[in-house]
Write a protein that binds this ligand. Sequence first.
Ligand SMILES: Nc1nc2c(c(=O)[nH]1)N[C@H]1C(S)=C(S)[C@@H](COP(=O)(O)O)O[C@H]1N2
Ligand SMILES: [Mo]
Length: 322
Amino acid sequence: MLIKCPDDIIPSEITSQDLYLRRRDFIKTGVGLFGMAGLGATGLLASSPALAAPKPTPPFSTARKSAFSTADESLTSYQDVSRYNNYYEFGTSKADPSRYADALQTRPWTVTIDGMVKQAKTLSIDDVLKAAPLEERIYRMRCVEGWSMVIPWIGLPLAALLKQVEPLGSAKYVEFYTAVQPDNMPGVRRRVLDWPYIEGLRIDEAMHPLTIMAVGLYGEALPNQNGAPMRLVVPWKYGFKGAKSIVRIRFTDKEPRTSWMKAGPTEYGFYSNVNPEVDHPRWSQAKERRIGDVLKRPTLMFNGYADQVASLYSGMNLKINF
Ligand SMILES: Nc1nc2c(c(=O)[nH]1)N[C@H]1C(S)=C(S)[C@@H](COP(=O)(O)O)O[C@H]1N2
Ligand SMILES: [Mo]
């Protein structure tokens, strides 16, 4: 089908740790030095001038560290996180989003939270940034295509947004709607997916402390290709659950039919929990390639977050509820 196993992985060109450790100093102290000296030290950014990210700016640069972050894994380079993307509204090849997503209009931006709630609400991006203290969450991301990354997101618990509207007791799910800007998104002129890109979670999954609305990465606002100005991150599920550029969140009592379920009902289920024991019909999910690595590594149940999330699914048959 549409998602292919990667054969075009660009090897990491910059030493992500070296570059980012400087940024983390900046985040920690709020006054760290992230100047040309830091960039020059990697020596390689000069050969990719388009990569020179703006220096970390508030409020992203002051995000708190989180105990939910993975502590001992190397970060995927900024180059790979921001140049190797899936954002089909901008095209289906990995390089399309970074090439075309500059055209995305991200301001003004609002997200409406409605459906089965007592009081629907529309929040501006500035309201969202103020809804809770921003945190840095370093999470593994596993794409169903068989590759993975470690990404230092900046965001806030999705629960901080959802609790602002009182969901009705009968609501069971939340449905996420993403932006459609036909003039700015070359990919939506083709019906590769049913636009808008729709995703969904059960309410308890949406309220789980690991689930965040990301607004930045690497100490900066989200690049457009990564889903600016706000995108979902659910680290124990396949990457496609992380809907980008969200404009609406709807509470409902019916399991949402996501864009991927419509495109391939036998291939993509509602839950889409990372599970090395349940293969995709066309490829095994037992292993993954961490972008930048040569050898594959085993994929972990719930992407390594089983301690935190396995209880959400106790008693469920995960082969049926894939
Ligand atoms: N709106 C939208 N959101 C999307 C996608 C998309 O095509 N459109 N692709 C998904 C897939 S398949 C993955 S793996 C992740 C990739 O996120 P990243 O590019 O920030 O790494 O975004 C997800 N969110
Ligand atoms: Mo993906």
